[in-house]
Design a protein around this ligand. Structure first.
Ligand code: C5P
Length: 372
């Protein structure tokens, strides 16, 4: 990390920043460097535009060359799609420096191949590499360990056979989703069970809820399986354990960790490439599968939702209502993947309607859209 206390003079500050950056770059063993707002945006960084302006000036190229010890004749500027790139042989070996990148780098490519140089706010300059490295570096400058918007955008048109069903607790999602999947011969995916399973693992391992690294390790490592209508953590049947009140209460907190969300979203997207799914959750239509050909937002009045949950769990309706409202607030208020209807979702209020009626309506929508 490059620590710094810069002069108030913005020109001098930029020069110092650049020199420090390049000195550090020259001393590093990176092979591939990306500097640009798109690359940074893909990583979810919050840099100010002026942090990047510096790199859009051709006049800086000579300085880059001299710091990297690149001869004039050994560095060529290349127009690369929408990016400008200098390919050069340095004393460190070959280096590609992308400047002014826009649009044509995928998140995967940045994640796997790049070292990204970032200027943070408030005079901090940070040098980062892989996403794992991002975590440490951000923590070192007192930011959240992973950028809040760190979930990569979905690939286009990868979910032609996904029906996304979102909505708050008790709206009838599970029953409707399961019945619709059976009706259409699709696989049912309960993403809430995935977040509950991670939470169970976190609670059982007594992980420190302030330790993002530890939570990330658990989320990355848990083996969640769905077999015969049951949920497994490794070989253990946790179907009942993940519905216990303490897991239910802790799940929205654990589900708000960016590390947990990105780990689960990655798995869900992988599943969606393998088959036809009816998937229920909070962010299916908005984040995980925004290209799904049918997105449903199921809702019902809080009282109806509490009444249904109380019938399931045997707890008093008033208590359930309070718990549901608290959970709604956490799920809707979080920064990342908040519960909300996708813009193009069909909103269905299930208050006073039977399951069969709702399933019939959804099956009709699936037929109308040519999904089945
Ligand atoms: O759907 P279910 O009530 O089992 O979900 C439990 C919790 O998991 C939710 O309250 C929410 O915090 C979290 N969740 C989520 N994103 C999803 C599914 C569930 O954050 N896609």
């Amino acid at each position: 990390m490059i620590d710094s206390s810069y002069s108030e003079n913005p020109c001098l500050r930029q020069t110092l920043k650049l020199q420090e950056l390049l000195a550090s770059l020259a001393a590093s063993d990176c092979e591939f460097v990306v500097i640009g707002s798109s690359a940074l945006a893909l990583q979810g960084w919050d840099v100010t535009p002026s942090d990047l302006d510096l790199f859009t000036y051709n006049s800086e190229v000579d300085r880059i060359r001299s710091l990297l010890d690149v001869g004039q004749d050994k560095a060529a500027w290349i127009e690369d799609g929408e990016a400008r790139r200098v390919e050069c042989e340095t004393r460190l070996g070959p280096v590609d420096i992308y400047l002014d990148v826009s649009g044509d780098l995928t998140f995967d490519r940045v994640e796997k191949e790049s070292v990204v140089i970032v200027f943070g706010r408030e005079g901090h300059s940070v040098k980062v590499g892989s996403l794992a490295h991002v975590r440490d570096m951000r923590a070192a400058v007192g930011r959240t360990p992973v950028p809040v918007d760190s979930i990569p955008p979905a690939h286009k048109n990868e979910t032609p056979h996904v029906i996304a069903i979102d909505g708050p607790a008790g709206a009838g999602k599970s029953t409707v989703t399961r019945a619709l999947a059976r009706h259409l011969g699709f696989t049912y995916l309960d993403t809430g069970a995935m977040y509950r399973s991670v939470t169970l693992a976190v609670l059982e391992q007594r992980a420190d809820p302030d330790d993002h690294g530890e939570i990330a390790r658990i989320a990355d490592g848990v083996e969640i399986g769905f077999r015969g209508g049951k949920v497994y953590l490794g070989d253990r049947d946790v179907t009942a354990a993940i519905r216990s009140p303490n897991v239910t209460e802790a799940t929205p907190h654990i589900a708000a960790f960016p590390e947990v969300r990105s780990a689960m979203v990655k798995r869900q997207r992988q599943l969606f490439t393998e088959g036809a799914y009816v998937a229920e959750g909070r962010d299916m239509g908005t984040v995980v599968a925004p290209d799904a050909p049918l997105k449903i937002y199921l809702t019902a009045s809080p009282e109806e939702r509490a009444r249904r949950r109380s019938l399931e769990t045997g707890e008093p309706v008033t208590e359930v209502l309070m718990a549901i409202e608290e959970r709604d607030e956490l799920d809707s208020g979080r920064k990342l993947s908040a519960l909300k209807a996708a813009e193009d979702a069909v909103v269905i209020d299930t208050t006073g309607r039977s399951i069969d009626e709702v399933v019939e309506e959804l099956a009709g929508l699936a037929r109308d859209r040519g999904i089945v």
